[in-house]
Structures are given as structure tokens and as C-alpha cells.
Ligand binder design. Structure first.
Ligand code: NAD
Ligand code: ZN
Length: 373
């Protein structure tokens, strides 16, 4: 078995013409580990490092190893949390960039989770018609999901991520050691998105997760570098074919999410973490597939077992009413201006989109996982 020091650094190339970039996945934040990347990436330009209160110590470590290659750097520490993902925070970053002063070659380096990355990335997308930016994700969700694809943005009182842009980063630097300080619940929440990739695109990944499930509770395990790189590759495969979500291919990444968004809303935002809602949502989507005879029952059962091993919920809050969940789904659908669509598995590694599902079918699935009414 590999030891803690044997994780192999991995590069994932995202091919998007002149917006192409590399995602580097390594374990530590140390100058020896990043010596081949930093000089080429920053080319002596100035940099604005943006982090939040919980990622500041990681940002300081990056600041130190970046210093020789970006002699003029400044670090901004934002308050943490989804509530800070709004235009006011972006305006504050514009002020910081103007104070530098930033020029068109100044790098914004976002060190944090999806909230921080989406917010700082949006400031980079819009300041001076677009600055280069580097995403340094520090949550598992950000490493496998939000750092790939170039979607940046902030929330509006009328809806999540209503204000945004596509702005591909110049690079993504993933040091998996950041996961060691992540609260356990946030870490497990990210695991749900990892399981998602296995079900929608990669049966081998799913089998690897099953085989290694006990080891993967440990964020220091060397397999993490490989698993995160594999998830980035899978998301990059989708993004390369459908960069701006015009062809519907990116839809498969929403596996479990029609249910999950409704669960997050019915529970009261922030009560269930996104990944927790996705875990139960994926199970519901599988049960729906099973009811329609599209998939053998073993697929839902294997998912359920894996999610349980990862400490993720597979049972609804018994206080949730079926009609309330259905209403939340319809409201979310309206907000998105589309039909109620579900991504359902055909077999491990393959999904399809269904949009002719009756409320009675959804209600039956919701009752199966413990909703009442
Ligand atoms: N752009 C995209 O494609 C995309 C995709 C999925 C999700 N998102 C967005 O991502 C956001 C969720 O991201 P998230 O789950 O990373 O949440 P988050 O950014 O809020 O991070 C979760 C918490 O962990 C803290 N934290 C981050 N890294 C840490 C570390 N290494 N050690 C200790 N604490 C740490 C953060 O400060 C925060 O309190 C949502 O706003 C969502 O809309 C974007
Ligand atoms: Zn998600």
C-alpha cells in the first residue's frame, strides 16, 4: 500500500482553445512541491490573494511560496460564509484592486471554498473587463466541482448565483493537505459530489470508492490526489464539450440536485449542507429510476451503502411533508425557467435525463425515504 508521502502529483488539462488551463493536484503547500509551476504561472506580475477567515493560514503558506515569483502581493481576508457571497463583497474587492493599483496583468488568487472562489472569480471576471485569476480550492466540494468550469458569481436577494459570468481561471492549484483543517461535516458533504461522478460517468471510480471507503475518511490518504484529479478530469470532459451550458450536456452534473435543492429549501437554507442534500437526492433519483424499470435495484442499494459508509444522510427528516418538497421543486423549476427534469442512472457510470415524471412517482419516492403526507 502507498505511504503518506507517495501520492503522485497529477495534472489535468482543460482544453478550451485559448482559454485552456491546467489543474495541478498535489498534496503539500511547499516551495519544493510547486517549484515547476509557480515561476511560469505568475511571470513576475503582481497578485491579489483573497481568502477568508478560515483559510487565512493556508493563504499565508501560499503567500510565502509565491513571494519570489510575484514580488508585489497583497492579501485580503474576507468574512467566511454563503451570506458574504453578494455584490457588496465584490465591490470591496474592486476597491482593493483599485488601491493596488491592479493592471490588466494582475492575478487574483482565490484561496478558499466555493463561496470564496465564486466571489473573487467574479471580481476578476469584471474588473477592467477581466483579470487573470487562479483558483486554489480548499474544500473538497471546491476541489472536485466549483474550481472546474469557470462559473463565477454571487447571490442576489431574489436567487442564488443570479449574478455571474463564465471566466475560466488561468490555473487551478489543488493542495489536498488543505482538507486536513476542513470541518468533518464539510468534508463528508464534498464526498457526496465525488460519489456523484462515479454514478454518472465512471463505474471504476465508484468501485474504487467502495473498496477504499474506510481509508477515505482520512483526508491525508494518498489516494485523494488521484481521486480528486479523476473527478476534475470527468468534470473537464463535460465542460470541454459544453463550456457555456448551451448543449444540455452539463445537465448530468445535476444528478440528485432536483431533489437536493428542494431538500435544502424545505429544511431551511444552511440546515442541511449542500452535499448532504445531494446524497439523499441521488438516492431518490435512483429509486425513481428503479420504479420506472430503468435500472436494477442493486444500483440504488450500493449507493445507499456507500453514502452510509461516508456518514451521509439517506433518510429524510420525518417532519418534511411530501407536498412541501414537491412545491419547492416546482418553485425551483420556475426560478430556472425550465421543466422539472431528473437525471436518473441506467447503470453505474451512465445516466439519462427524464422530464415526464408524474408528481405521484416523486411522492412515492419521497415517502420511501421518510417524508410524511
Ligand atoms: N462555480 C461552480 O461551478 C460551483 C459549483 C458548485 C458549487 N458552487 C458554489 O460553491 C459554494 C459552496 O462551496 P463550499 O462547499 O466550498 O462552501 P464554502 O466556500 O462556504 O466553505 C465551507 C466552509 O469551510 C470553510 N473552509 C474552507 N476551506 C477550509 C479549510 N481548508 N479548512 C477549514 N475551513 C475551511 C469556509 O470558510 C466555509 O466556512 C456555493 O456558493 C455554491 O453555489 C459553485
Ligand atoms: Zn452540487
Amino acid at each position: 500500500m502507498a505511504t503518506m508521502t507517495e501520492s503522485i502529483p497529477t495534472t489535468v488539462q482543460v482544453h478550451l482553445g485559448d482559454r485552456s488551463y491546467a489543474i495541478q493536484v498535489r498534496h503539500d503547500v511547499a516551495s519544493s512541491v510547486w517549484a515547476d509551476v509557480l515561476p511560469k504561472a505568475l511571470r513576475g506580475q503582481q497578485a491579489l490573494i483573497v481568502c477568508d477567515a478560515n483559510t487565512q493560514s493556508w493563504a499565508e503558506a501560499w503567500y510565502d511560496i509565491i513571494a519570489p515569483f510575484a514580488p508585489r502581493q497583497k492579501m485580503i481576508v474576507l468574512p467566511a460564509g454563503e451570506a458574504e457571497k453578494h455584490l457588496g463583497t465584490v465591490a470591496r474587492l474592486y476597491d482593493d484592486l483599485a488601491d493596488l493599483p491592479a493592471d490588466r496583468h494582475t492575478y487574483v488568487i482565490a484561496i478558499g471554498g466555493g463561496v470564496l472562489g465564486d466571489t473573487a472569480g467574479f471580481a476578476a471576471a469584471t474588473y477592467a473587463r477581466g483579470l487573470p485569476w487562479i483558483m486554489v480550492p480548499t474544500t473538497l466540494l471546491a476541489m472536485v466541482d466549483s474550481s472546474v468550469g469557470g462559473k463565477v458569481g454571487v447571490n442576489h436577494p431574489k436567487g442564488k448565483n443570479l449574478i455571474g459570468a463564465f471566466h475560466q481561471p488561468a490555473a487551478v492549484w489543488i493542495a489536498t493537505s488543505a482538507l486536513t483543517s476542513l470541518p468533518d461535516r464539510e468534508f463528508r458533504s464534498g464526498l457526496a459530489e465525488v460519489v456523484k461522478y462515479g454514478v454518472i460517468m465512471d463505474a471504476h471510480l465508484f468501485e474504487m470508492l467502495e473498496a477504499e471507503s474506510l481509508n477515505l475518511h482520512n483526508p491525508r490518504h494518498p489516494r485523494w490526489v488521484e481521486i480528486i484529479a479523476r473527478c476534475c478530469r470527468l468534470k473537464a470532459d463535460v465542460v470541454e464539450q459544453d463550456e457555456r451550458e448551451t448543449k444540455g450536456l452539463r445537465l448530468i452534473l445535476n444528478y440528485g440536485h432536483t431533489f437536493a435543492h428542494a431538500f435544502e429549501s424545505v429544511a431551511g437554507y444552511g440546515t442541511w449542507l449542500h452535499g448532504e442534500a445531494v446524497a439523499l437526492g441521488m438516492l431518490c433519483a435512483s429509486r425513481l429510476s428503479e420504479r420506472r424499470g430503468l435500472v436494477v435495484p442493486a444500483v440504488a442499494e450500493r449507493q445507499r451503502e456507500l453514502l452510509v459508509k461516508f456518514g451521509l444522510p439517506v433518510q429524510a427528516d420525518a417532519r418534511w411533508n411530501v407536498d412541501d418538497v414537491l412545491l419547492a421543486m416546482r418553485t425551483d423549476k420556475k426560478a430556472r425557467g425550465g421543466r422539472l427534469r431528473f437525471i436518473v442512472p441506467r447503470r453505474l457510470g451512465e445516466v439519462e435525463v427524464v422530464d415526464d415524471v408524474q408528481d405521484t412517482e416523486v411522492a412515492a419516492v419521497l415517502r420511501e425515504v421518510g417524508c410524511h403526507g
